[in-house]
Design a protein around this ligand. Structure first.
Ligand code: 13P
Ligand code: SF4
Length: 342
C-alpha cells in the first residue's frame, strides 16, 4: 500500500505546489489499484524518463529509449507490457518482444518528430539518393515508426547515434528524422557526408542558446547537460551532450553540485527526486505527448488490455533487423538474448 505522506515527501521535490497531501492521497489509491491489476494481469510497466513523476512509482523499469528497448527485450515472465511513453517506443517494445501483449495507455501519445518521416516518403527519398550515391547508408533514430525502421540499415538512439554512424561502412549517410542530431553528428564525424531529413523535435528545437547562456551567467559553476535533439548552438554550450539516462548517470557521478538539464521537463523532475543532494536548474519544455499518459489511463488499459500495439510480421522483422544492427555496430556485448536467437 502506498503511503500518501511518503509519496508527498518524494514527489513534492519535483513540484511542491502540485504534490500536496490531498493530491497524494488520490494518487496513492490509484497506485494501489494499479499494483492489484499488475498482479492480476501479470504485467510489467516500462516508463520513459519524461513521464509524470507519479508514474515512476509503479514502473518496473524507467529509462531512456536504449534502456527501454533492452528491458523490453529482456521481459521474460510477464504476459503484458504496459508502455508508459509514446507510440514509437511501444512499437519498439513489440518489435523486440513479439510474444508479449504490448499496451499503450493512450493511443494519442504520438511523437511529432517521428511523424515527420512517413514510410512512403522515406522509401522515395532513399531510392532518389541511391541513384546519386549507390553506396548510401541509412540510419534512423529510434524516434521513427517500425515501418521506417524496417527500411533502414541501422537504428540508433540518442545514447549511440554518433557511434552508429561512425561504425557504418558507408561514407554517405541519410539520417532520419532529426536534423539537429544530424548536424551534431556531422560536426563530430567530418569525414562522412551526413544528409539530414527535415525534421526536429518541437520540444528541444524551441530551447534557445540565449536562455541557456542567461542561466550560465547566473550560475557559472553549473554543469550544462544537453540532449542532442537540441539545436547545434545549444549543444555547443554543453559540458556533455547525453541521452536522458546519460544525464542522470552524469549528475550522480559528477563532483559538481549544480546542473542544468536542457531537455524535456520530466527529466528535471526525475533528477530532483532521484538525486536529492544536488541542485538542478531548468531550461526545459514540456512534451505534450509524453504527458498524455496518466494513472487513470493506466488503470483503464490494465482493465481492458487495450489499446494493444500490433505490427505486420514483415514490418516487425525488418525493424528488428535494424535494431539488432545498432547493437552489433556499437555494443555487441549488450545485444539482448531475444534478438540473438531470432
Ligand atoms: P532518450 O532516448 O534520450 O530518452 O530520448 C527520447 C526522446 O524522445 C527525446 O525527446
Ligand atoms: Fe517526440 Fe520530442 Fe516528445 Fe521526444 S520530446 S517524444 S522527440 S515530441
Amino acid at each position: 500500500m502506498f503511503d500518501p505522506k511518503d509519496l508527498m515527501d518524494r514527489l513534492s521535490r519535483a513540484d511542491p505546489t502540485y504534490y500536496t497531501l490531498g493530491i497524494c492521497e488520490k494518487i496513492a489509491s490509484k497506485l494501489d489499484r494499479i499494483l492489484e491489476l499488475k498482479t492480476e494481469r501479470n504485467a510489467v510497466v516500462l516508463a520513459h524518463n519524461y513521464q509524470r513523476p507519479e508514474i515512476f512509482e509503479i514502473a518496473d523499469f524507467t529509462g531512456d529509449s536504449l534502456g527501454l528497448s533492452l528491458s523490453a527485450a529482456e521481459v521474460k515472465d510477464a504476459d503484458v507490457i504496459v508502455f508508459c511513453g509514446v507510440h514509437f517506443m511501444a512499437e519498439t517494445a513489440k518489435v523486440v518482444s513479439p510474444s508479449k501483449k504490448v499496451i499503450l495507455p493512450n493511443l494519442q501519445a504520438g511523437c511529432s518528430l517521428a511523424d515527420t518521416a512517413d514510410a512512403e516518403d522515406v522509401r522515395v527519398r532513399i531510392a532518389e539518393l541511391r541513384e546519386q550515391y549507390p553506396d548510401l547508408g541509412v540510419v534512423c533514430y529510434v524516434n521513427t515508426t517500425a515501418a521506417v525502421k524496417a527500411q533502414c540499415d541501422a537504428c540508433c538512439t540518442s545514447a549511440n547515434a554518433v557511434g552508429v554512424i561512425q561504425a557504418m561502412p558507408n561514407d554517405v549517410i541519410l539520417y532520419i528524422p532529426d536534423e539537429n542530431m544530424a548536424a551534431h553528428a556531422q560536426k563530430r564525424i567530418p569525414e562522412k557526408i551526413i544528409i539530414p531529413w527535415e525534421g526536429n523535435c518541437y520540444v528541444h528545437h524551441e530551447i534557445t542558446a540565449e536562455s541557456v547562456k542567461h542561466i550560465k551567467e547566473i550560475r557559472p559553476n553549473m554543469k550544462v547537460l544537453v540532449h542532442p535533439e537540441c539545436r547545434e548552438d545549444v549543444v555547443k554550450l554543453a559540458d556533455a551532450a547525453l541521452s536522458t539516462s546519460g544525464m542522470i548517470k552524469f549528475a550522480q557521478k559528477s563532483d559538481a553540485n549544480e546542473f542544468l538539464a536542457v531537455t524535456e521537463c520530466g527529466l528535471s523532475d526525475l533528477l530532483t527526486i532521484e538525486v536529492p543532494d544536488k541542485q538542478f536548474f531548468r531550461a526545459c519544455k514540456i512534451c505534450r505527448f509524453m504527458k498524455m499518459i496518466t494513472l487513470d489511463n493506466i488503470i483503464q488499459t490494465l482493465e481492458t488490455l487495450q489499446p494493444e500495439i500490433t505490427l505486420p510480421e514483415d514490418v516487425r522483422a525488418g525493424a528488428e533487423r535494424s535494431i539488432k544492427r545498432m547493437f552489433e555496430l556499437t555494443s555487441p556485448d549488450r545485444l539482448p538474448e531475444a534478438l540473438v536467437v531470432s
